[in-house]
Design a protein around this ligand. Structure first.
Ligand code: PEP
Length: 251
């Protein structure tokens, strides 16, 4: 039985004051024990979040990490071991904004994935196709190649200590959401891709859906058999809305 997970990606949002307010709002939410809840603030706000959420079950993750897990001469980067030291337990890898806008290549994502696990962080690997790729009927090929790149280099077993988020690029921040059936089809294909290498790992890995999820559409998505929760962008910046999405996963 996979435990559902709902995670909030705060992206490049927040000031010390607005983050304090959001954390206060999160602490006032009722979260079901059956759902794992996590947030991904900016590096600047990780400490504030870890401190504020002490004593709650909400986990804190980072949105990015360096390609090497330990210290070194890498100006401007933050290592996986620094993130665990700061209290992070998860890290996003391969978000489409980093793949597309910041040009992160598959080889870099493999290194980041490896560095995260070396330091004991759980990578949340984001995969997904663009609108042009969907329209060209390439969704399964694109998502499959993104998964293969990790599995070919590190082995399928790494997914027994990782989470996968399917985020169609055309649905991120656009207000367009994949229908539950569209999302389920891709989630099913992701599980099958992993199962071809290791059925047990495929059964155990949690597959989150991301792309304009809100309280109003969360329940129908989370009801699908291969959707194990959500990665939430915009809607996670509102504590009540995020709380409602988490409760939809718990019902
Ligand atoms: C995201 O950026 O991971 C995301 C899913 O964003 P949104 O919910 O705003 O579409």
């Amino acid at each position: 039985m996979r435990r559902l997970m709902v995670a909030g990606n705060w992206k490049m949002n927040g000031t010390r004051a607005s983050v304090a307010e959001l954390l206060k709002g999160l602490k006032s939410q009722e979260f079901s024990a059956t759902v794992e809840v996590a947030i991904f603030p900016t590096f600047l706000h990780v400490n504030e979040a870890v401190e504020a959420l002490q004593g709650t079950s909400v986990k804190v993750g980072a949105q990015n990490l360096a390609t090497q897990s330990g210290p070194g001469a890498l100006t401007g980067e933050v290592s996986a071991s620094q993130l665990t030291d700061a209290g992070c337990t998860l890290v996003l890898i391969g978000h489409s904004e980093r793949r597309q806008l910041l040009g992160e290549a598959e080889s870099v994502l493999v290194e980041k994935f490896k560095a995260a696990q070396e330091a004991g962080l759980v990578p949340v690997l984001c995969v997904g196709e663009t609108l042009a790729e969907r329209e060209a009927d390439q969704t399964f090929d694109v998502v499959g190649a993104q998964l293969d790149s990790i599995m070919d280099s590190l082995g399928v077993e790494v997914f027994s200590r990782a989470v996968i988020a399917y985020e169609p690029v055309w649905a991120i921040g656009t207000g367009l959401t994949a229908t539950p059936e569209q999302a389920q089809d891709v989630h099913h294909a992701i599980r099958a891709r992993l199962a071809a290498r290791n059925a047990e790992v495929a059964q155990g890995v949690r597959l989150l859906y991301g792309g304009s999820v809100k309280a109003a559409n969360a329940a129908e998505l989370f009801r699908m058999p291969d959707i194990d929760g959500g990665l939430i962008g915009g809607a996670s910046l509102n504590a009540d809305e995020f709380g409602a999405i988490c409760r939809a996963a718990g019902n």
